[in-house]
Design a protein around this ligand. Structure first.
Ligand SMILES: [Zn+2]
Length: 370
């Protein structure tokens, strides 16, 4: 137990969400509880994580969640661990929602994306078809997120592009997508910034410059690719090629990287879709599952193409996860570490009121609102 890495979860506490301010002490080692010395409240080390208030040991939950993330058939887990299917479903859901929060907190932050690829896959589930649209940053292989819908339509693509927008800095950028026309419209719609004019009313939205869109259109015959067309729909091919080269993403317009990760997701989802009665019935259960798989991919698995040659010591290669390559962390995470990551609440804001602030309040603001 390390109180220096913990923060107070109490919503009414001025110190909420702050790490390393020496306000947290160990309350009980036996019960794994901490205490905040500012508000005097105690809290469990697992609060805000999928382990909170579970009857099972952390090890069992971690093993089950890991197996789900890699697409192990649920029936196999039921038999091997002697667990009820509903218990597994509950863990899948809570850990997936947790991963979604971690993803939003760590991955959906502005960064220079360079080259992005997006694509949709068709997931067969319980007598219906669901669509999963996802995007990847090619240079770091970072999975940027995804959206699940019953329809492959404009709103699915807009939602996906909004996720990419949340991850992007206003820098030159290339999208490589398939022939779906929704992408072009969605990218033009989402990548706009209000231009402040100083006047009243809604400011004019201006499109981001230097957004390049390339399409890779494949024509199939009997499930075989017979023809591939590459074309630029927006921007210049020259810049697009330099962005592709900068991201080590091949030598021409392609969607190979998103197709690779799609194949991984599809194979892992297949066993879950086929074998279980209720695990994959609607978009609401698929979304957390997708974030669980995406986060395990980003944080907990080395990617061979991301490794760097070692220059000292006995290591020939330094392996990296997409999260390491993107500078989000300095080491590979275990699934337990991912599930134990607590997303801090937004910083405390003092209540507004008339008159002068009291001495106590002023001290609190000075200490916690800087
Ligand atoms: Zn507190």
């Amino acid at each position: 137990m390390d109180p220096r890495t913990q923060f107070c979860p109490n919503k009414g506490c001025p110190a909420r969400g702050k790490v390393g301010k020496n306000n947290i002490v160990i309350h009980s080692r036996k019960e794994a509880r901490y205490k905040c010395q500012i508000c005097g409240k105690t809290f469990a080390g697992t609060i805000g994580t999928p382990y909170y208030r579970l009857r099972y040991s952390m090890e069992v939950v971690t093993q089950v969640v890991t197996l789900i993330a890699y697409g192990c058939p649920v029936q196999a887990i039921v038999v091997a661990f002697q667990l009820d299917e509903r218990t597994i479903r509950a863990w899948q859901e809570s850990s997936g929602q947790h991963c979604q929060q971690v993803h939003q907190h760590l991955v959906q932050q502005p960064r220079e994306l360079g080259h992005v690829q997006a694509d949709e896959i068709r997931v067969k589930a319980q007598g219906k078809v669901l669509w999963m649209a996802m995007a990847i940053m090619v240079q770091t292989r970072l999975w940027l997120g995804g959206v699940v819908s019953e329809h492959r339509n404009q709103s699915l693509i807009i939602e996906l592009i909004q996720i990419v927008r949340a991850c992007a800095l206003a820098r030159p950028m290339l999208f490589c997508v398939d022939g779906l026309r929704s992408y072009v419209k969605a990218i033009q719609l989402v990548f706009r910034t209000p231009l402040p004019t100083g006047k009243r009313g809604r400011p004019r939205l201006i499109s981001w410059p230097a957004i390049h869109i390339g399409q890779v259109i494949k024509r199939y015959e009997n499930k075989r690719v017979v023809d591939v067309t590459h074309r630029m729909v927006q921007g210049s091919l020259e810049t697009a090629l330099s962005l592709i080269a900068g991201s080590k993403g091949g030598s021409k317009l392609n969607t190979a990287f998103i197709e690779r990760i799609n194949a991984t997701f599809r194979s892992r989802l297949a066993s879950l879709a086929r074998r279980s009665r209720a695990l994959l019935r609607n978009p609401e259960t698929l979304t957390p599952l997708m974030f669980l798989m995406g986060s395990v991919y980003n944080f907990c698995s080395y990617h061979k193409s991301l490794r760097l040659p070692g220059i000292v010591g006995g290591h020939k290669w330094i392996p990296r996860t997409p999260a390491i390559a993107a500078g989000l962390t300095d080491h590979i995470w275990t699934v337990k570490e991912l599930l134990l990551f607590r997303v801090p609440p937004p910083a405390w804001v003092p209540l507004k009121h008339r008159g002068q602030r009291s001495q106590v309040e002023a001290t609190l603001i000075a200490r916690w609102c800087s």
